[in-house]
Design a binder for this molecule. Structure first.
Ligand code: NAD
Ligand code: UDP
Length: 321
């Protein structure tokens, strides 16, 4: 039986990944330091004899046995990764070194959860994997952007130098149930604001664009990339190419929730990318993958999740636990 390590396994994407791998009959070891993840995301898996949880910070070495490693450990939202930028860099870089070292000792296959942020504020649109990016190395987003870029470099070096079986997925904005209510990302912010008839906070004029991928589509693409032959190393963009302005997203959320919320403008954070849309030709060709969930369908499922969370766990939604 295959044993799979998922770092960051109690987070938004990690917990869903753990679930999907268990469904395939594999054993899962979930490693997390609970910085942004939560035990509530994996409670329902704790009784499963094939599931194991280890509290551990990936910036320290880890000695376990496994066949495959998905390296997701890293805060992903701007307010979370900017909270402790030094720890973010350490998680990206030392975390990658430790997990690559583990993979080398075990001859395990290893996948890195990289990001569209490696393209920075892109001058090429839509973004293809060959584009090297436009990243400020000393801005407020750089702890994450440059940390993730360095992790990609490390994956490539270990592959070339040690013949390690590595894969890199570049994830574009992904949303869905189990997003943290206080991670400040645009989808969760707008939905929670709309459900409570609070003002919807648009940063800047709302003309900046993002392409939003539903969680299930993303995890499907990630598992498919891990299953590719060894010569498929990536990076491979995985995201939904449907592109929306932030204003359009706000209007959709207001419409789908039937909210009375008003849209207000707030200052645009520094280095906020103006546009983002994946070219997914590689994923289509190499993984036979493409997203199947349109934005409004995914939003409805996410709205239902947060609606329920507001009723059942109001303290968590208010940030009081
Ligand atoms: P998340 O914050 O919900 O999950 C990250 C998990 O990593 C959390 O459980 C957190 O506690 C854990 N973690 C953080 N630092 C750690 C450390 N030092 N040691 C052990 N665990 C640690 O975020 P997510 O959206 O699920 O993102 C998962 C991965 O996907 C991240 O690597 C992120 O960079 C990448 N990604 C996500 C998106 C997205 O839109 N969701 C986009 C691009 C890339
Ligand atoms: N944003 C916004 N209002 C919010 C949260 C975010 O207008 O309440 C904007 C943000 O400035 C950015 C976009 O939405 O232009 C996506 O932000 P998010 O933090 O979700 O992801 P990222 O910027 O990393 O793509």
């Amino acid at each position: 039986m295959k044993r799979v390590l998922v770092t960051g396994g109690s987070g938004f994407l990690g917990s869903w990944l753990c679930e999907k791998i268990l469904e395939k009959g594999c054993e899962v070891i979930c490693v997390d330091n609970f910085f942004t993840g939560a035990k509530r995301n994996i409670y329902h898996l704790l009784d499963n004899p094939k599931f194991e949880l280890i509290r551990h910070d990936v910036t320290f070495p880890l000695y376990i046995e496994c066949d495959e490693i998905y390296n997701l450990a890293c805060p992903a939202s701007p307010i979370h990764y900017q909270h402790d930028p030094v720890q973010t860099v350490k998680t990206c870089v030392h975390g990658a070194i430790n997990m690559l070292g583990l993979a080398k000792r075990l001859n395990a296959k290893i996948l890195q959860a990289s990001t569209s942020e490696v393209y920075g504020d892109p001058a090429i649109h839509p973004q293809v994997e060959e584009y090297w990016g436009n990243v400020n190395p000393i801005g407020i987003r750089s702890c994450y952007d440059e940390g993730k870029r360095c992790a990609e470099t490390l994956f490539n070096c270990y592959r070339m130098q040690n013949s390690l079986r590595t894969k890199i997925i570049r994830i574009f904005n992904t949303y869905g149930p189990r997003m943290h209510p206080h991670d400040g990302r645009v989808v969760s912010n707008f939905i929670l604001q709309a459900l409570q008839n609070k003002d919807i906070t648009i940063y800047g004029d709302g003309s900046q664009t993002r392409s939003f991928c539903y969680r299930d589509d993303l995890i499907d693409g990630m598992i498919k990339l891990m299953a590719t032959p060894d010569e498929v190393t990536g990076p491979v963009n995985v995201g939904n190419p449907g592109e929306f302005t932030i204003l359009q997203l706000a209007e959709n959320v207001i419409d789908l929730t039937g909210s009375n919320s008003k849209i207000i403008r707030m200052p645009l954070p520094a280095d906020d990318p103006k546009q983002r849309k994946p070219d997914i030709s590689k994923a289509q060709k190499l993984l036979n993958w493409q997203p199947t969930t349109p934005l409004r369908e995914g939003l409805l499922k996410t709205i239902a999740y947060f609606d329920e969370l507001l009723k059942t766990e109001p303290e968590f939604c208010r940030g009081e636990e």
